[in-house]
Design a protein around this ligand. Sequence first.
Ligand SMILES: Cc1cc2nc3c(=O)[nH]c(=O)nc-3n(C[C@H](O)[C@H](O)[C@H](O)COP(=O)(O)OP(=O)(O)OC[C@H]3O[C@@H](n4cnc5c(N)ncnc54)[C@H](O)[C@@H]3O)c2cc1C
Length: 400
Amino acid sequence: MAVASVSERAFDVLVVGAGPAGAYAAVTAAKAGLTVALIDKARFPRDKLCGGLFTGRARNVFSVIHGHDIDMALFDQHSALEFFFHGTSLDRMQDVPPMFTTMRRPFDASLRDLALAAGAVDFAGQRIANVETGPNCLGLADGTRLTGRILIGADGVNSMVARALFGQAYDRATIGFALEVETEALHLRPGGDLQVSFGAVKGGYGWSFPKRHSTTVGVGGPVALTPNMRPGLDRYLSDCGIPSAACTVKGHLLPVGDFRAVPGQGAVLLAGDAAGLVDPVTGEGIAHAMQSGQFAALSALEALASDAPATVLDLYRARLRDMHRGLRMARQIRHVIYARPLQASFARSFRNSTVLKAMYLDVLAGRAEYTALFRAVLRRTPRLILRAARQTILPAHVGR
Ligand SMILES: Cc1cc2nc3c(=O)[nH]c(=O)nc-3n(C[C@H](O)[C@H](O)[C@H](O)COP(=O)(O)OP(=O)(O)OC[C@H]3O[C@@H](n4cnc5c(N)ncnc54)[C@H](O)[C@@H]3O)c2cc1C
């Protein structure tokens, strides 16, 4: 239940946004005994456009924070994944590390419930009228003023907190976008094969993730390369055998281009999509959102324990170092996977290399970081360039 509005309330930590990043910042801070306000403009449960792939990496983050596994009733489990390249199957891999799909409506609500159960104070359905930083103060539309020694902006890719700090929420030159449909047109098999299609749009990919009541099908990539993704979506839907006329198409920004190297300022931190923490190869953002939310809260705890809120950003950056390194490597790998001249030879290499595929799956499963995959792709890059050069003289279809 939302609390009654009062004119001014003071907290240790203000968390704006109650998606995976905000919920994890709030649950971690509240469990550690800090006073936390969790503010979201939406009332929960609420929808969020998303493929809903919940990887082993995200499951690990949950278990570490809560000390037990996540409620598996929220998920369908999948054990096969088929990779495509421009509609041609590269491989169908069976017995992959377990992967899960979920609908964000119940999933996000369940994470937020955990934060409220840990003691975070609920300000759901509250529009923020203004954000002041240093000292941190949020003015809510109903007149309430919330102050916090530390402010965590977990308000998604269009972050109002990021805009208050930097003038814009994201970089228009690097931002990604995704189009998605939720369809019942496919023959539904809960637990059926997941599909990932490299190159479904320029510089990006497509996905088809079956759930128990529908299948989520979408395409996404950098806006600069594909300003209009609709033709790519229509092509991909047609590859999947879905009549696009029967679908309601929705779109959302996807921060796959870059992340904020300095995710905050003073005693204000950005987490999750607000900090651009989405994997540019896989499009995975839920695990990074949860993890960065946790890191933000742990940094807040440490800074407040030494009565030095201004140190929070340095503490947070140190915790994010490995994640940033992984995302930087992923960005380099993306250039190889999605660069038009190299795409076909990469696809061929991927199809023929059990090692590459296993590494990709290990990254998704949270069993490995990008280092090994990065080295493997780097080792193959000269060969890919050579092959690409030969193909421009003698073009060959990847499937042959
Ligand atoms: C089409 C698409 C498909 C995707 N598929 C996957 C996938 O399969 N697997 C995966 O891991 N990731 C996927 N992602 C990425 C994933 O959805 C995000 O990375 C993840 O949701 C980030 O979580 P977050 O908490 O940072 O932000 P969000 O989930 O966006 O939550 C932000 C919250 O902030 C609130 N908010 C926003 N503005 C304000 C404001 N001014 N005041 C108060 N509250 C505010 C919103 O209501 C929302 O609840 C996909 C993204 C897209 C667009």
